[in-house]
Design a protein around this ligand. Structure first.
Ligand code: C2O
Ligand code: CU
Ligand code: CU
Length: 582
């Protein structure tokens, strides 16, 4: 077997992708029966998405509770959505087809993608529409996920089933000896309301908008009363909190210790032993659990420990919950180890931050738009601030409310620096993060540096009721040294259209309109502002013109990335961005 083949087999042991067949990923050894005295449903696994395929969103019948039909808002008829498993360095492509009755976008949470691919609510796809999401996978390996991000509909769409795993694998991690294949198990934790079984009824009351829409029935990968048969060996579990609002204090029922090995943005720099950790909506934490000290026939339950939290009502934060029962039924070895050396992480220093931004979280009044950041609620068309590319910033998140807020930034991963002045952080905070839980009246300092893409991104609370209530801001990553989109001529009737197709490979067409005859130049630049080619320099009549650009003919073929094209006519300058993906 070639190295690459071996890797693919290792990832998908017992569940190899073959185009078209509905395969399960990371499936457990089959054919075993659960311990006879115990009940429940075997843990389910969504099918694996075939890269380049279609993701169709539609109201679909799915089975969550055995023998009953749930009407889910699902991708390809699957709840949770199909799992994307992709190798770092490859190009991800999904043709999104919206066959649902509402507009929708797909956001690739934690994945560093061009703004145009980020699923911003401004880029919503209407019912009946479609859109191709495609981007190079530049993130470190890790556990990410995708979900709806439609304007004021995110919470409802996610609650009704629109979310799935996006797992980035990197062969460079193989030498670490972590458990792989059937011993590498993704677990998406969500809560629903047992009073509404078998439907995902989403009808938030005022209290639910205030605290978040909480449930009492945990589903693991969409499985109620889930159990998973394990062998007496070391496992990797990739925990994703895909709940709208519920925070879990993850532990094992017998207080058995385990190791945290990864945070939102992939592996930590050391495996750290704990007996519990907090997992808030949007966060992912990978853990290693060693079952070798259990005896065959024993069970131990992954649970959420009780904790005190603000809020009152039928459903409250901090309720004790059983999440997933592990039945120890086998003796196979994963061959995995707890690595003593993990990949290095270079930590940012707040002294190097070029600026400090304060984000004050408040709650005012009752009714709509209670949850605010710096006194603002979300305005889809307002840009709240600009952050320069490649510049370290400190974001000071000041929670001035008696509420829990898991704060999430799109685009590049950040680092948590301190909580209430203490840099002695819990292991689940240390490493690359995109979501951080900010406790009532707590100040969390994070350090962030965007290094890849310019454009419009979001910063918001990942309690999805808070988010839809407006606890979200727009920010724009700009490149002060390089080049940015700008338009000084729209008013006079000068127009430079978005290139088509975009992203492209290797050719694309650029259309522009000028209101009067004159000299026109059209040039292409790279993202640092270096001029690459001149497409046009000459006299043109008034009217509309089109020029095609072939990136394959320049310097033996341009590499994947963002490029800009700039129209100059009279004293007018218009610049637009295009994306080449090979
Ligand atoms: Cu998972 Cu903008 O969010
Ligand atoms: Cu996100
Ligand atoms: Cu919040």
């Amino acid at each position: 077997m070639k190295r690459r083949e071996m890797i693919i087999r290792a990832i998908q042991a017992g569940a190899l992708i073959s185009a078209g067949s509905p395969l399960k990923l990371f499936a457990n050894e089959s054919g075993k029966t659960a311990l006879s005295q115990l009940t429940g449903n075997p843990l389910r696994f969504p099918p694996v998405f075939t890269n380049g395929g279609t993701m169709t969103l539609a109201l679909s019948p799915v089975t969550v509770w055995p023998g009953q039909t749930t009407n889910a808002v699902a991708i390809n008829g699957s709840y949770p959505g199909p799992s994307v498993v992709i190798q770092k360095g490859s190009t991800f492509t999904a043709n999104f087809v919206n066959q649902f009755t509402e507009e929708a976008t797909i956001h690739w949470h934690g994945v560093d993608v061009p703004a145009l691919m980020d699923g911003h609510p401004l880029d919503s796809i209407p019912p009946g529409g479609n859109y191709t999401y495609t981007f190079p996978v530049i993130n470190r390996a890790g556990t990410f996920f995708y979900h709806s991000h439609a304007d004021m509909l995110t919470a409802e769409h996610v609650f009704k089933g629109f979310a799935g795993f996006f797992i980035v694998d990197d062969p460079d991690e193989i030498p670490l000896g972590l458990p792989r294949g059937a011993f590498d198990v993704p677990l998406c934790i969500q809560d629903r309301r047992s009073v509404n079984i078998p439907q995902f009824v989403y009808d938030p009351s005022m209290n639910d908008v205030m605290n978040g829409f909480l449930g009492d029935a945990p589903l693991i990968n969409g499985t109620p009363d889930a159990y998973f048969e394990v062998s007496k060996t070391l496992y990797r579990f990739r925990l994703l909190n895909g709940s709208n609002a519920r925070i879990y204090k993850i532990a094992l029922s017998d207080n058995h210790p385990f190791h945290i090995i990864a945070t939102d943005g992939g592996l930590k720099d050391s495996a750290e032993q704990v007996t519990s950790f907090m997992l808030s909506p949007g966060e992912r934490t990978d853990i290693l659990v060693d079952f070798s000290s259990y005896s065959l026939g024993q069970s131990v339950t992954l649970k959420s420990l009780p904790f005190t939290a603000p809020g009152s009502g039928t459903y409250t934060q901090g309720t004790e919950m059983n999440l997933l029962r592990f039945d120890v039924t086998g003796s196979a070895s994963s061959g995995g180890i707890i690595p003593s050396v993990m990949p290095e992480i270079t930590y940012y220093n707040p002294a190097d931050a070029a600026s400090v931004r304060n984000f004050t979280l408040t709650m005012s009044g009752s009714g709509m738009n209670m949850h605010r950041i710096n006194g603002l609620t979300f305005d889809i068309n307002r840009i709240d601030w600009e952050t320069p590319l490649n510049t370290l910033e400190e974001w000071k998140i000041i929670n001035a409310s008696n509420m829990l807020h898991p704060m999430h930034s799109h685009s590049h991963q950040f680092q948590v620096y301190s909580r209430n002045g203490s840099t002695n952080l819990p292991p689940s905070d240390k490493g690359w993060k995109d979501t951080v839980l900010v406790n009532p009246f707590e100040t969390v300092r994070v350090l962030v540096k965007f290094t890849n893409y310019t454009g419009l991104f979001l910063f918001h609370c990942h309690n999805l009721e808070h988010e839809d209530d407006g606890m979200m801001l727009n920010f724009k990553i700009v490149d002060k040294i390089g080049i940015n989109e700008e338009n000084s001529g729209a008013a006079e009737g000068y127009k430079l259209h978005q290139n088509f197709p975009n992203p492209f490979n290797p050719s694309t067409n650029i259309k522009f309109e000028i209101p009067k005859k004159g000299n026109v130049t059209l040039k292409v630049y790279d993202s640092l502002g270096n001029e690459i080619t001149t497409l046009l320099d000459g006299f043109r009549n008034a009217g509309s013109h089109e020029i095609s650009f072939n990136a394959g003919l320049i310097n033996g073929g341009l590499s994947s990335g963002e490029y800009f094209y700039k129209l100059t006519a009279e004293n007018i300058v218009i610049t637009k961005k295009m994306i080449l993906i090979k």
